[in-house]
Design a protein around this ligand. Structure first.
Ligand code: PXP
Length: 241
């Protein structure tokens, strides 16, 4: 049985809440439900524009959640300070562009390299597990090791897109397999996420060496039809076969 952990990203519960400027649906309630339904961790992305999760959500979830909280942040001083203050269990550093609908690609590890290294070391000194959201590129994996990250999270957006459109995804799958292999070889814990559905999670869970999936948008969408708990249990079953 593969022991892939499931991180449930509940950002889009906040998206629905914010669409009406209301206090419901509650991301805290969703986090606790995720925990009680078998999620191994809860992920939230505090964006610089606060389009979904806000700092109050972060504080409330951190104070009530018993499973690890994974906070996604951009590599900025503001976000570093927030992470240092709130001490989530895990931090995943992601690229962020104001205009994008979602996180469109992996980090550029050559840009502000020293700053990135500084952030990673500061977070690690606080005993926070640090992961870098990157493309399945061998260069980025070597750079992640150099930067002293604990984990890498491979951006699965491209392969998920191909799978959704019933296009040939073999080349992309090979790229990901090579990336997972190198990540493990270098002693990095390898995660994967972005755009995952039941189908793509099933395909990617057959790659040995992936330790964690982070899944949000599809899962929250699916909850409309079957409920959050059932959708989480179904993903768990798929990735732990
Ligand atoms: N992992 C990371 C690092 C992300 O930034 C996101 C999107 O916020 C996800 C996973 C989840 O992607 P999705 O919402 O498409 O499942």
């Amino acid at each position: 049985m593969s022991k892939i952990r499931l991180g449930v990203n509940i950002d889009h519960v906040a998206t629905v809440r914010n669409a009406r400027g209301e206090i419901y649906p509650s991301p805290l309630r969703a986090s606790i439900l995720a925990q009680n339904s078998g999620a191994d961790s809860v992920t939230i992305h505090l964006r610089e524009d606060r389009r979904h999760i806000n700092e109050l959500d972060l504080q409330q979830i951190k104070s009530k959640l018993k499973i690890p909280l994974n906070l996604e942040i951009a590599a900025t001083s503001e976000m570093l300070n927030i992470a240092m203050k709130n001490k989530p269990d895990f931090v995943c550093i992601v690229p962020e562009k104001r205009q994008e609908i979602t996180t469109e690609g992996g980090l550029n590890l050559r840009y502000k390299r020293n700053f990135l290294k500084k952030i990673i070391n500061k977070l690690k000194k606080k005993n926070l597990r640090v992961s870098l959201f990157i493309e399945p590129s061998l260069k980025d994996i070597k750079d992640s090791k150099y930067l002293n990250a604990d984990c890498i999270e491979i951006h699965t957006g491209r392969i998920c897109n191909l799978i959704n459109k019933n296009k040939n995804y073999n080349y992309e799958l090979k790229r990901i397999k090579k990336a997972v292999y190198l990540g493990n070889k270098l002693g990095l814990e390898v995660h994967a996420g972005h755009g995952l559905t039941y189908k793509s999670a099933n395909i990617l869970s057959r790659i040995s060496g992936i330790k964690e999936f982070n899944i949000g948008h599809f899962l929250i969408g699916e909850s409309i039809f079957v409920g959050l708990s059932k959708a989480i249990k179904k993903f768990r079953k798929i990735i732990r076969k």
